[in-house]
Ligand binder design. Structure first.
Ligand code: ZN
Length: 158
């Protein structure tokens, strides 16, 4: 084996491990970034990772009292989704752990509704058809605010 090939292989390890750790911590995963990006391009402005609310919503439209959660199919046990299959090794452990996640998600939704927030869940597997997701979110969130649309027109005029 050539030494430079070896070196290249190992040089990649720390970066990929960092990526995985970041994903596990759930600060900024790729699916979240994808949804935020299309919403931002559509003209919406929002807060992200709102720590003061149950479940730390990924996307929050505070004035509208609307929230969007972007759920990984595995961790949030997307019902009927092939990405949410429980691993065969340690199936009992995973079954219990994922069931707890589902229960916590449900409790969070109830808690948020109780204080007047509406929430919509986008599943990771739905992102393969982002246009459909965006259309659904637009219907849920409502139109981009008039003042912002007007401001955008003024900018393009000037
Ligand atoms: Zn799914």
């Amino acid at each position: 084996m050539r030494p430079d090939v070896d070196l290249g292989l190992f040089a990649d390890v720390p970066d990929s491990r960092r990526r995985i750790m970041r994903a596990i911590r759930g600060k900024e995963t790729l699916p979240e970034r994808c949804v935020r990006s299309v919403l931002h391009k559509a003209g919406y402005r929002f807060r992200k990772n709102v720590t003061g609310l149950a479940g730390r919503p990924d996307i929050a439209f505070s004035a509208r009292r609307k929230l969007v959660f972007v759920h990984g199919c595995f961790w949030h046990a997307h019902a009927g989704c092939r990405n949410a299959a429980i691993p065969r090794t340690r199936a009992t452990y995973w079954g219990a752990k994922l069931a707890r996640n589902v229960e916590r998600d449900r409790e969070n939704m109830i808690a948020l509704e109780a204080i007047g927030w509406a929430a919509e869940v986008v599943w990771e597997c739905e992102l393969s058809n982002i246009d459909v997701v965006l259309a659904r979110l637009k219907a849920f969130i409502g139109p981009v605010s008039v003042s912002k649309a007007k401001k955008k027109n003024q900018e393009s005029d000037g």
